[in-house]
Ligand binder design. Structure first.
Ligand SMILES: *Cc1c(COP(=O)(O)O)cnc(C)c1O
Length: 407
């Protein structure tokens, strides 16, 4: 029997085995319709119809697979989920309305009252609030430990510890977690090891291959890459993802088909964008280190970074986020930021456009002075999310900031 190409409406999953993340980014998870469109189709529909009452009953009863309602499943959302799952090397993915909805859904589906979480200090500000304020109300207690304090992680473990939650590299100080060590600690204590892989994306780091049980993304950042949509996703084995899907279906923070379509297109250019971000960030980090008004630069690609070797081992690149301390305090940091003209002053990150932020008064502004102190979020700290503009134009704009510090 000959099988014509036209019968392959999409690439069989077995063909995707062993393909590189570059290929998966453009080829995995496409659901073609009978029109044989080349680009991914979009299905902006809230519900689906049935050929008969019997078919409707079979769908609802679960005897026949298929779509019912877009809070449950939607083909565009499934296309995005399949693509990111393939790129992360995970069995399944579940897309959510935002990165925070991905973290909340994971906690709601897999934790219960009385459980204990250990979370790295200096995680995304809202993640901190979610654990400290809201999860605590439902009897889930969280201990925050510095990402690099190996003894601290061991010491924080209790019999009821059910989850270790980290971001690596950390935001904004670019600390690197030893994923081998933390996954071993999680396994020894029967706890889940959850990694927010927002900063590296599967192009630079695949935590599931390094012992993580679940990977979380804010798709809002690099996966979109062009600042258009808010979304999130959780990736991992079916035994956890089915539980998370169940929560999502009941609680409702699902991803819209339009956003899924935008993210699906975003993934296609993710590998080339990440390499451009990495190249620009490394060049800028080295350049910043040589500036007389700079006290310190935080970037794992620098030889001076205390975990440079670990980052090299765990990651295929050092990412696009560079933070640095200017000499002085809040006044100097603000003066530097205000003197730039092209770079966007915005707390968002992971965009093709370079952005600049003052973490102490924006992203980490809600932390208590004590917590800011512990997380080293000082008033003279500036964070850059380095975009893909020409490096010389970025230097020209940042030079305006340094000039303002001299005036
Ligand atoms: C932005 C961000 C989140 C939250 O994602 P939203 O899409 O804004 O809800 C979580 N983790 C990290 C590391 C982030 O940068």
């Amino acid at each position: 029997m000959t099988v014509g190409r036209e019968e392959h409406l999409w690439i069989p999953e077995s063909d995707l085995d062993g393909m590189s993340v570059d290929t998966l980014a453009v080829r995995a998870g496409q659901v073609r319709t009978g029109q044989l469109e080349h680009s991914d189709a979009i299905f902006p529909t809230s519900s689906f119809v049935y050929g008969s009452a019997a078919q409707a009953a079979a769908r609802f009863g679960g005897e026949e697979p298929g779509n019912i309602y877009s809070r449950f499943t939607n083909p565009t959302v499934q296309g995005f989920e399949a693509r990111i799952a393939a790129m992360e090397g995970g069995e399944k993915a579940v897309a959510t309305a935002s990165g925070m909805a991905a973290i909340l859904s994971t906690c709601m589906a897999l934790l219960q009252s009385g459980d204990h979480v250990i979370c790295s200090r200096g995680v995304f500000g809202t993640t901190n609030v979610l654990f400290q304020k809201y999860m605590a109300r439902f009897g889930v207690e969280t201990t925050f430990v510095s990402l690099t304090d190996a003894d601290g992680w061991e010491a924080a473990v209790r019999p009821e510890t059910r989850m270790l939650f980290i971001e690596t590299p950390s935001n904004p100080l670019c600390e690197i977690a030893d994923m081998d060590a933390l996954s071993a600690l999680a396994r020894a204590n029967d706890a889940l090891f959850v990694v927010d892989n927002c900063f590296c994306t599967p192009v630079l780091q695949r935590p599931l291959e390094q012992g993580a049980d679940l990977v979380i993304h804010s798709a809002t950042k690099y996966l979109d890459g062009q600042g258009r949509c808010v979304g999130g996703v959780v990736v991992g084995p079916a035994r956890y993802l089915d539980e998370i899907y169940g929560f999502l279906r009941s609680a409702g923070p699902t991803m819209s088909p339009f956003n899924a379509w935008v993210f699906q297109k975003g993934l296609e250019t993710l590998p080339i964008r990440m390499r451009a971000h990495c190249n620009n960030a490394l060049e800028l980090a080295n350049w910043l280190e040589s500036q007389p008004s700079v006290e310190k630069v935080f970037y794992a690609g620098l030889e001076s970074h205390p975990q440079h070797q670990l980052a090299k081992k765990q990651q295929d690149g050092f990412g696009g986020i560079v933070s640095f301390l200017v000499k002085g305090g809040r006044e100097e940091a603000w003066r530097f930021i205000d003197a730039t003209r092209m770079i966007s002053i915005t707390a968002n990150l992971g965009d093709v456009k370079t952005t600049v932020t003052h973490p102490a008064t924006t992203t980490h502004g809600r932390l208590s002075p004590e917590d800011k102190d512990k997380a080293d979020i000082t008033e003279n700290l500036i964070r850059l999310s380095v975009g893909i503009e020409a490096i010389d134009d970025l230097k020209t704009d940042l030079t305006r900031g340094f000039q303002a510090l001299k005036d």
